[in-house]
Design a protein around this ligand. Structure first.
Ligand SMILES: [Zn+2]
Length: 558
């Protein structure tokens, strides 16, 4: 029998070539409409048939206890084919005809039965046994009028008590108790105690038509024939029922005779075919949902914006203003693709980056995107282990800096601290990762981290960028000049000479390197012009004084 646990397991879906007849369940002995049918055993999830496993023939499934016999449909068909091939070899042989009808009944094949029965019946119109068998076949398919006709034909040839009983039964099924009664009368006359049960049902048939007076008369006859049974509880109850409804004529349904509309044979129609589409439909539905999710996620990708500076600034991300507080993080949603960043109040050039995840694996990718417009943030990637008895030294960390866009895999905590504890199973150790901004660092530490984590070209880039934002940082300036060397340093310093207010330290370094590398260059005219341009600015005067001969220097300085 198929079974499911939490909605997952196997189950029968779809019914075809359904045969139903009222009989006694061989497992629980209750009377019910036993159902036989072709079906498909499916692998189900939440009772949804997803994968067809095998086709089955269910035999006489009990409506009460659900128990049944089951056989592979293929095997069942093969057996039937074999049986048929044997009996159809000699179509004119009487015994083979009988056997063929038997196969049609045994395999509940109404179409086959209908093909054989009329011909066989007319070919053997005077064969008592064949007429009786055809009657039994029609009974089995719950076609009571045809069963009645066949039994009558049989009975006309030879009045056998068994056939009388069966004809009576076919009439009872057609709600004709009065017509049926003569065929059961011999039970009372001959006091056939073993068949007293049939009289019990006959009485029920009268009650089912509301004929309680007739039912009571029959009960009297029965109790006279079988006085030893009259005290039975069921018999007493039957009598009470008719007494109660005698005047009203209420019809009391017989649990044995009543049949649902489903008895007999049915092909099973289009509904039986639905289950095989459910699996593909569910898969299609999931696919559409998945693609929609992938599309939607691409339209609204979560991105962490990070300010790596110690001062606030405003960045225009795809034209939208984002105010960023010092060393702060903000989560925004951006469509995947090109991202344009401009700076409203920082002396930095516009930058672009591209956020992209593969479309088809998008719903399953767990990426954390971090955009740092100033490219100066120091990020710490950290991993830690959780276990019952924490071991020291299990954590790992790594610095990330100098990038506009970061993409991290499998981050558990983005810009959040690690929790103190996480639920784990006994003996288990699990690792968690987080990403966060480093605490406030001075430029010396920043530049040391750049030296340790970036290649030389990127180190210089980082230093220049830092100085663009913090031109007054002397430590950073001399660190950068050391990295650049004298000639490149001299060229770099020239880029800052025209800045106003004057960057005194840049000019001092420029004068010093010029003296060192190009002593033939006289900078005095240049600085005289600067003094003139700045209308006697004290710093310009000081810078000029550094270049003059000693007496002039003394005078100017004073
Ligand atoms: Zn049962």
């Amino acid at each position: 029998m198929p079974s499911v646990v939490n909605g997952i397991g196997t189950w029968y879906y779809g019914k075809r070539r359904i045969h139903r007849h009222k009989s006694t369940c061989s497992f629980c002995q209750r009377v019910g409409e036993l159902e036989s049918y072709d079906t498909t055993l499916y692998f189900v999830i939440f009772m949804i048939p997803l994968i067809p496993l095998s086709r089955k023939r269910i035999h006489e499934q009990c409506p009460a206890c659900k128990r049944h016999k089951v056989m592979s449909l293929k095997k069942w068909e093969a057996q039937k084919e074999k049986a048929l091939a044997a009996v159809l070899e000699k179509p004119d042989d009487r015994d083979m005809n009988v056997a063929a009808i038997g196969v049609a009944i045994a395999y509940q094949d109404q179409a086959l039965f209908d093909r054989l029965a009329p011909t066989v019946a007319s070919d053997h119109a005077h064969d008592v046994a064949i007429q009786a068998q055809i009657g039994a076949g029609y009974s089995y398919f719950a076609r009571w009028p045809e069963a009645e006709a066949a039994y009558r034909a049989s009975l006309a040839l030879d009045d056998q008590p068994e056939i009388r009983r069966r004809l009576g039964w076919a009439l009872l099924k057609q709600h004709k108790p009065e017509e049926a009664t003569p065929f059961f009368r011999h039970i009372l006359e001959q006091k056939l105690k073993d068949e007293a049960g049939t009289i019990f049902v006959l009485i029920q048939a009268y009650q089912a038509e509301g004929l309680h007076t007739e039912a009571l008369e029959l009960m009297d006859e029965r109790d006279t024939a079988f006085p030893e049974l009259a005290h039975l509880k069921e018999y007493q109850k039957q009598r009470q029922t008719s007494k109660r409804y005698q005047s009203s004529g209420k019809k009391v349904k017989s649990p044995i005779l009543s049949e649902s509309k489903q008895v007999g044979y049915q092909e099973g129609g289009w509904r039986a075919g639905i289950p095989k589409f459910i699996g593909p439909l569910v898969v299609l539905g999931l696919l559409i949902w998945y693609l929609a999710a992938a599309f939607h996620m691409g339209k609204a990708r979560q991105v962490f914006l990070v300010n790596g500076l110690d001062k606030p600034y405003t960045a225009l991300i795809n034209g939208r203003e984002q105010n960023l507080q010092p060393r702060a993080t903000r989560s925004i949603e951006l469509p995947e693709g090109e991202i344009e960043i401009r700076f409203a109040n920082l002396p930095l050039a516009p930058v672009q980056c591209r956020i992209e995840t593969p479309f088809f694996s998008r719903p399953f990718t767990s990426r954390t995107f971090v955009v740092n417009p100033d490219q100066l943030a120091i990020l710490i990637w950290q991993q830690t282990a959780y276990s019952e008895t924490p071991q020291p030294g299990q954590g790992r960390f790594k610095f990330h800096l100098g990038e506009l866009l970061y993409s991290f895999e499998g981050i558990n905590y983005a810009f959040q601290p690690f929790p103190d504890s996480v639920p784990i199973k006994s003996g288990q150790t699990i690792t968690k990762t987080r990403i966060d901004l480093a605490p406030r660092l001075n430029s010396v530490v920043r530049l040391n981290l750049a030296t340790a984590n970036l290649d030389p070209a990127r180190q210089i880039e980082y230093g220049k960028r830092w100085l663009e934002v913090n031109p007054e940082d002397q430590m950073a300036l001399y660190w950068l000049l050391l990295q650049l060397g004298d000639d490149a340093g001299l060229e770099y310093l020239k880029t800052g000479l025209s800045a106003r207010p004057l960057r005194v330290e840049w000019h001092r370094a420029y004068q010093h390197l010029n003296e060192l590398r190009h002593p033939e260059n006289d900078l005095r005219p240049e600085y005289r012009r600067l003094l003139e341009e700045t209308k006697g600015d004290a710093n310009a005067l000081y810078l000029l004084a550094r270049l003059e001969d000693f007496e002039d220097y003394d005078r100017l300085l004073r």
